[in-house]
Ligand binder design. Sequence first.
Ligand code: GTP
Ligand code: MG
Length: 455
Amino acid sequence: MDATISAIATALGVGAVGIIRISGPESLAMANRIFSARNPLSRDRARYMQYGFIHDAEGNYVDEVLAVYMPGPHSYTGEDVVEIQCHGGREALQEILRLTFEAGARPAEPGEFTKRAFLNGRLDLTEAEAVMDVITAKSKRALIAANRGHKGALSSKVKAIRKALKDLIVHLEAVIDYPEEDIEDVTYDETAQTIARCSEAVASLLRQGMTGRILREGLRTAIVGRPNVGKSSLLNRLLQADRAIVSSIPGTTRDIIEEQMTIDGIPLVLTDTAGLRDTKDYVEQIGVERSRAILEDAELALVVLDGSQPLDAEDRRLLEQVKNRPHLVLINKSDLPSCLDEETVRAICGGDCFRLSVKTGEGMEQVGTWLKHFVCGEGSDAESGTMTQNARQITLLSSAADHLDGARNDAENHLPYDCLTIDLTEVLHELGEITGEDVPDEIIDEIFAQFCVGK
Ligand SMILES: Nc1nc2c(ncn2[C@@H]2O[C@H](COP(=O)(O)OP(=O)(O)OP(=O)(O)O)[C@@H](O)[C@H]2O)c(=O)[nH]1
Ligand SMILES: [Mg+2]
């Protein structure tokens, strides 16, 4: 790990400025081999930007740059770091990078800077992983959630749960190991209560993780309804573009149209589908089958009804179908005389339902407000504590939740303490794997390998 490494830290492309990052014990000496300035980089001028130029081994001028030396441990990696800001063209960056190699650095592996930060204790594993989410955040909310992870929101909660479990295990083990000693006996009730509190905390993290995932990847939302109710019109209005063909002929849309968009800060992957009905038309039939499959897969169904007509059998069938899954019913065409009220709809499928006109735009703002609430919950904005979790963390949390359920069952059934501690120790490992306190090296390598070079 003592090698000094370097890489281009900025995106490869044409930009005003590009950055080369060097990290490791030799970074200062190596940088000064290729950097000339009135004031060379030095400990005395640590963290001050120095103006100068980069030259090659023969002393040929390569680029005009700004360079800064950040001695460890107070640097990104925790090691001595030098960053060189040069012109942002591909050639300048590649040439300076090559010169750092000539000066003795070796190419950094993907994620190696962040991995070093982790190994040096600058970041724990959740914070390091959140760096990736900060970089790839696609919406402002996703960024806020990722930053929260980066600042350790997830790990501090996980650590608190681990602490409670560790205390419990220690206590149970003391009772197992020294039955003759007068150790205050923990009752099964208390044990079950502690486990229940941990379970609830894990469940809450999982819920927040779901929100984080949606903010990162978008909520898979399907617009469904029978033909001609205004599904494609809704897609177009939300997109503010003429994406899907709209016509008064029922059965206009036959294929699935998928678009990504952000509504009130909530990223959506929205699909417009073929109107649901029994049809003899072969192609339309395929479209209807696809619509049903999309509905099955969606995380949210936006059911569109035509408010100027009474409910028909197809509407009822659809409402029955979405009854037990997340849905929002939109009674469209409120600009026309109404033949359908919210109560009738609610009686069939419960849940939320409102009236709007895609044509005039009346009532459209409710959609964004509802979505925000659906995804972010009560607080419904950045302050609600959402944080990013990745698939690895979610898998570990889910498994921890299962083991906690098992342990709680054991406690409630008064099984021997060792049965309990087996499950609880498993949970301890799983949670430790999230924060990186208890994680095999291969996993660490795998995690950082997903990063880009230079990070
Ligand atoms: N008056 C009124 N007409 C609307 C409204 N929304 C859509 N329409 C009209 O309803 C007709 C059908 O609209 P589409 O958006 O194509 O309906 P669809 O649900 O996608 O239909 P299919 O693709 O056939 O399933 C068009 O003539 C639209 O102009 C509305 O809010 N008010
Ligand atoms: Mg359509």
